[in-house]
Ligand binder design. Structure first.
Ligand code: NAP
Length: 283
């Protein structure tokens, strides 16, 4: 199948950043496999790698990106490398965390996000101030948040930040719509990143999804990733199978008919892949 004419695979932001429309995540990838899988993802065409302090693999992700750029004589600016602060805290601890991430990655950070709002208001605001300092020093290009609900976003905006978040990374798939958070972000020019876009693999056999995927002529993973793109999200997908890594990127060559898209969207049941975890509602 040929690519849809004129459909870009990057989003151009007013601030000049060109952000890939799909990212490769490394949350549950075994440490020993991570370097090779990130390299394979880059070879396949992914240009966004999403790691985190808490995943314990920043060093191999950074090395894979640096080596890939060298080997391919590509500028480091071709890749968007994002990582996250494990815990919001006070000035000294946040500073130490960011320094540690920079040390492990061995390169600057394109997007640095707060992983979770769970540490409370004071820590969230204090950590954000420290993150802004690292932007001013040139170590971080852009800031973001993860798992922020509306009240966390409103709190951040009310704190008169020097820099606003460019992304909010939240769990999003047809079974978890979160229209309230999505609409708030869209209204404030925050890009919505969808983590667990494949439901963490749990609901890929769902009979309705299988039927809808068949009617579009694709499989469920590609249907879900394409749906995510068409909703305007940036899906962050994880995969350890080399063929599937490639296959998951093949989503720029078809469109989902409007009536099928509506049926997928209507599947929302406020279901979380990790039922014990909804940080968007924490204090
Ligand atoms: N900010 C946060 O709080 C947060 C939380 C969770 C995740 N994330 C980010 O989002 C990324 C992805 O999330 P996720 O891992 O929860 O879920 P996901 O991408 O929805 O699902 C990953 C699962 O789907 C399977 N899979 C991938 N492609 C497939 C295909 N074509 N056919 C069949 N199965 C396929 C994978 O299997 P194999 O692994 O066996 O290949 C894995 O079990 C993470 O790596 C991380 O970067 C962020």
């Amino acid at each position: 199948m040929s690519e849809i004419k004129g459909e870009p695979n990057h989003i151009q932001l007013p601030n000049g950043l060109s952000l890939p429309r799909i990212g490769f995540g490394v949350f549950r990838i075994k440490y020993a496999d991570c370097y090779d899988l990130v390299t394979a993802a880059l070879d396949t065409g992914y240009r966004r790698i999403d790691t985190s302090e808490v995943y314990g693999n920043e060093d191999v992700c950074g090395k894979a990106v640096i080596d890939w750029c060298e080997r391919n004589r590509a500028p480091r600016t071709d890749i968007i490398l994002s990582t996250k602060l494990a815990n919001c805290s006070d000035y000294a601890a946040t500073r130490a965390s960011i320094r540690s991430s920079l040390h492990h990655l061995g390169t600057y950070i394109d997007i640095f996000s707060i992983f979770s709002p769970a540490a409370g208001s004071k820590a969230r605001i204090e950590s954000w101030r420290v993150m802004e300092e690292f932007v001013d020093r040139g170590d971080i290009r852009y800031l973001g948040v993860c798992n922020y609900g509306i009240k966390h976003l409103e709190e951040l905006y009310a704190s008169e930040p020097k820099y606003f978040p460019i992304v909010n990374q939240i769990e999003l798939h047809p079974f978890l719509a979160r229209d309230d958070i999505v609409n708030w972000c869209k209204g404030h020019d925050i890009l919505v990143e969808a983590y667990s876009p494949l439901t963490n693999g749990i609901r890929l056999q769902d009979p309705t999804l299988v039927e809808l995927a068949n009617s579009v002529g694709v499989d469920v993973p590609r249907l879900l990733l394409r749906w995510s793109l068409e909703k305007g999200y940036i899906p962050i997908v994880q995969c350890t199978n080399l063929d599937q890594i490639k296959h998951n990127l093949n989503i720029f060559s078809f469109q989902i008919p409007e009536e099928i898209k509506d049926r997928i969207t209507s599947l929302d049941e406020h279901w979380h892949a990790d039922s014990s975890y909804d940080p968007t509602i924490c204090e």
